[in-house]
Design a protein. Sequence first.
Length: 376
Amino acid sequence: MLELAPYAAHPERSRGRRYAEAPPAGRNEFQRDRDRIIHSTAFRRLEYKTQVFVNHEGDLFRTRLTHSLEVAQIGRGIARNLALHEDLVEAITLAHDLGHTPFGHAGQEVLNECMKDYGGFEHNLQSLRVVDELEQKYAAFDGLNLTFETREGILKHCSRENARRLGELGERFLKGHSPSLEAQVANLADEIAYNNHDVDDGLRSGLITLEQLSQVTLFQRYFDQVRTLYPALTGRRLIHETVRRMINAQITDLCTQSRRNIQEAAPCDIDAVRAQAPLIAFSPTMQQEQLELKRFLRDNLYRHYRVNRMSNKAGRILRDLFHAFFDDPGLMPEEFQARAKFDKPRAIADYIAGMTDRYAILEHRRLFAVEYQPSL
Ligand code: MG
């Protein structure tokens, strides 16, 4: 590992864990966080959770798991380039989507709507809830007992109301402070990953076309470049050569601009980083192009009628499940029944958010299918 910058997160100066533990032997505190995340149940479930496409729609599309791995890979590259702590970025990126509901954003919206009178549902906050409370693996505490720095990175955004409830971790949202540079990197690595892999998955699915993408500056620039270099190239290779150039351009731009920002602000340590506006950023031009791409994906892919159909069906499944459990919490497994005694809506949201796509579909069938199905 390269020498760590003074403004990076240094594991030996961590603000610590909620429950004191002896320091790890042979690895640093952030590696320990990363290891705990990889061994968690919620992490394994990411394999069967939707990113944009429902898991069973095709074996080649991204799932939350492969998305998280791509975010980690991009994030680590940027961290190393900027002499930030790679293990912390890896831990944050691998954990960032642990709280996602089944069926992607459609699931999040419906669960939030079901929970509107009970504090709402926010996947980002749920990721924190997973690592702080819901994972049950250790004898001495609930959750994974991660370091402050990893938890700070997982909590990307948060309402003022929730921030007040979260104490030390919520403080920055009330004071208008920033998280560590590692957390900022994780956040933008997420954007780079999904914008590019959604172009790839969108083309593969046939929901968007090369012709439509020609209106997107970033795509068209590298598409033209590849065609000039390889005039005979077609199909998947042409797309891959284009998308990999787009990823590279975004990472390079982010590193250059962020290095410049860091040099100008000259933070002496991580607390100086936290006290000012975010320093990890794209150049204004790339920011514009990135926005254009995002808008394109929103209008043409995320709101495609075939995606809408999936979202609509997913919404019905989750709404039905929520109401059935609300009417009778006794339909949930015992662990969640026990939780429901303290806070029924939250226990139901925890149970549903933890489901994979296929588990939610199966659970819906178990509870609502009229036909006799002996195997269920
Ligand atoms: Mg993500």
